[in-house]
Design a protein around this ligand. Structure first.
Ligand SMILES: O=C([O-])[C@@H](O)[C@@H](O)[C@H](O)[C@@H](O)C(=O)[O-]
Ligand SMILES: [Mg+2]
Length: 431
């Protein structure tokens, strides 16, 4: 490698962007969602970019690992992984902290994922650099495109009309607590993006109400594949009762009951395939599911915490070996994450369902050119070198300023819900 391609500098910029009051099993979204923007610069001045989690422990881990990249070639991903593993060890937890985090909805915030998250954060930016050096899109570095566009689904949430603090004008989506409001939300999202399948985030309202929501969607959008995701907030008994009410309607049943044993108990009595982003979140958990005869049939990966794009490709091979389906999970994110996910999904022959994305819930953007355009619910894989997108510096400065002012340093859906309802405990399963 010529020394001009050696990595000389790593910049991590935390950002915050507006996030609507979306309800979930843990509580409710805060007014600002956090991300980190990663920039890796070579001696010659090429810059590879990426987007990842922006909570404080993640920022600390990124800062700790960044010096390991000094002098490294952007092609040396294995060496980068070894150096990160040597430098970053997850902080120790007390048992009670561990139990609290077990019910977290966002596996990306769990400390056991720190090393995988940091590796992923650097890997994508290094592959962006590789693509620029080789004049090839990331999808080609991953083996080439198995498809030229990647399908996403409409991701519906129950929600309030505005945040309790009212830090900015209410979003355009309005309240969604009743079936007819949910149908209106789906209609608006599908009209705008063309999505061809629908996911409902559940586990927030009483299950019968959420089942009524799905039935209303089934009536309003006949033939459209539907999914429901209570994030393990239902007992096995509730999960089985509700799936009966939804007979013939669901494409898959996502994390109805907590833990792998809960999911296995549901699987024994129900013929709808179970999907997860909560109980198979790394290779050890994949093995546990396999040892139990695969009660979970669909793994919802997320390169941000599975260890990167290449790790997710390895996961896809395992899914094929065990005859499992594969699709993608998401958290609140902007365009760099969406584009990285699109390159990845285009490169994976086994992609059995349209992917999740929170993108419609965000109205801000960090990439040059503004919001990404969907066609019939799909995103075209960028064909330019690397990720094929660049950072809008003005937007980066503005979103970083949001971060400095917003006061949020860790995502806390439970704490936020307590502002609306001080008696809310978040103890799961609630229903
Ligand atoms: O954004 C949310 O509220 C979701 O509930 C998210 O935190 C989950 O991790 C995720 O989307 C899921 O599918 O479980
Ligand atoms: Mg989920």
């Amino acid at each position: 490698m010529s020394t001009s391609h050696a990595i000389r500098h790593v910049r991590i910029t935390p950002i915050a962007f507006r996030d609507p009051p979306l309800l979930n099993a843990a509580g409710i979204h805060e007014p600002w969602a956090l991300r980190s923007i990663i920039e890796i610069e070579t001696a010659a001045g090429l810059v590879g970019i990426n987007e990842s989690y922006g909570d404080l422990p993640m920022l600390e881990a990124l800062a700790k690992a960044a010096p390991a990249l000094q002098g490294l070639s952007p092609w040396s991903l294995n060496e980068m992984e070894a150096r990160v593993r040597a430098l970053v060890t997850p902080p120790k937890q007390t048992t009670s902290e561990f139990l609290t985090q077990q019910v977290s909805l966002a596996p990306g915030t769990h400390v056991s994922k720190t090393v995988a998250k940091v590796i992923s954060a650097f890997e994508v930016a290094m592959m962006d650099l590789q693509g620029q050096m080789a004049n090839a899109p990331v999808v080609d570095l991953l083996g080439g495109a198995a498809r030229d566009r990647v399908p996403y689904s409409a991701y519906l949430f129950y929600k309030y009309a505005e945040h309790i603090e009212k830090p900015y004008a209410p979003d355009a989506w309005g309240e969604a607590l009743k079936p007819e409001q949910l149908v209106a939300q789906a209609r608006r999202m599908i009209d705008q993006y063309g999505f061809q399948s629908i996911k409902l985030k559940a586990g927030a309202l009483p299950p019968e109400q959420e089942a009524a929501g799905i039935l209303a969607l089934a009536q309003a959008f006949p033939g459209t594949p539907l999914r429901i995701d209570p994030n393990g907030n239902w007992t096995v008994e509730t999960s089985l009762k509700i799936v009966q009410q939804l007979h013939g309607v669901l494409e898959y049943y996502e994390d109805p009951a907590p833990r792998l044993d809960g999911m296995a108990a549901v699987a024994r009595e129900c013929d709808v395939p179970l999907a997860t982003n909560m109980v198979v979140t790394d290779f050890a958990e994949f093995r546990r599911n396999a040892d139990m005869g695969c009660p979970v049939k669909i793994v919802l990966s997320d390169h941000h915490y599975w260890g990167g794009l290449r790790a997710t490709q390895q996961l896809s091979m395992l899914c094929r070996t065990f005859d499992l389906g594969l699709s993608m999970h998401s958290n609140s994110h902007l365009g760099i994450s969406l584009v990285a996910m699109t390159h990845l999904c285009a490169s994976v022959p086994l992609l059995t369902y349209a992917c999740d994305t929170h993108y419609p819930w965000q109205d801000e953007e960090i990439v040059t050119g503004g919001r990404l355009k969907f066609e019939n619910g799909s995103l075209r894989v960028p064909t330019g070198p690397g990720l094929g997108v660049t950072i809008d510096r003005e937007a980066l400065a503005r979103l970083h300023d949001n971060y400095l002012r917003c006061g949020i340093r860790n995502r806390d859906d439970l704490g936020q819900m307590k502002k609306y309802d001080p008696a809310f405990t978040g103890v799961q399963p609630r229903f």
